[in-house]
Design a protein around this ligand. Sequence first.
Ligand SMILES: Nc1ccn([C@@H]2O[C@H](COP(=O)(O)OP(=O)(O)OP(=O)(O)O)[C@@H](O)[C@H]2O)c(=O)n1
Ligand SMILES: C[C@](O)(CO)[C@H](O)COP(=O)(O)O
Length: 224
Amino acid sequence: MTQVNYAIVVAGGAGQRMGNAIPKQFLTLRGKPILLHTLEKLHAFDASLRLIVVLPAADLPRWHELVALHQCPIPHQITAGGATRFHSVSCGLALISDDAHLIAIHDGVRPLVSLQVMERAFALAAQQGSAVAAVKLKESIRRGDEQHSQAVDRAAFRLVQTPQVFRAAWIKKAYATAVGTDFTDCASVAESAGHPIYLSEGAYENIKITTPEDLLLAEALLQA
Ligand SMILES: Nc1ccn([C@@H]2O[C@H](COP(=O)(O)OP(=O)(O)OP(=O)(O)O)[C@@H](O)[C@H]2O)c(=O)n1
Ligand SMILES: C[C@](O)(CO)[C@H](O)COP(=O)(O)O
């Protein structure tokens, strides 16, 4: 049987920390919506990857307009998301058929993901069943608050990114059986179902566009 791989691109958030009336995934970066840059990266990595884009229900017409305006040639399915990232990933998973082999979940607002980061994550997930892009910390960290804090060993930590790639059956069941919805990423959901989490090498430029200064950084990095 042919092995079919999917990528769920979660873009169902409101972008509150960006503070823009338009959700950040639709903002323009070097002439194109951020989400379109992200889709281009995933399609360039593997044109056979089936792309599912999860959007805020209210913004489905906006995306249709942007796709038409930019003549987006990349085939993708669209679905409405939910109140949290967990709900939005669940909405994407609901569209995936049983022939799926690996499922990647990627933030729609990480347009700087490289082909190498994608390749490493898919290769590791094919071997181990899971792969989560992550990077080492470059700065010192302390545990605590302004009044009381202690130094911690940064070598014991990793910053987690996306893509996060999983054996399809694992991640589908993990989402179907998860207790609660308060997970900030898919690795936490897979882990809660008892699956081992393997880390693949991410990249420092694979930033998540979250606050206004990230737009400036992304603009500069996209040029590079
Ligand atoms: N209900 C949600 C919330 C988030 N996301 C997606 O998850 C990714 C990472 O989330 P984050 O950066 O937190 O995005 P927002 O939730 O939009 O931002 P904020 O928390 O500032 O509102 C984004 O691509 C976002 O669109 C989603 O699909 N559905
Ligand atoms: C999935 C993620 O991007 C990995 O870093 C992150 O956990 C999302 O967190 P957010 O606070 O909802 O942006």
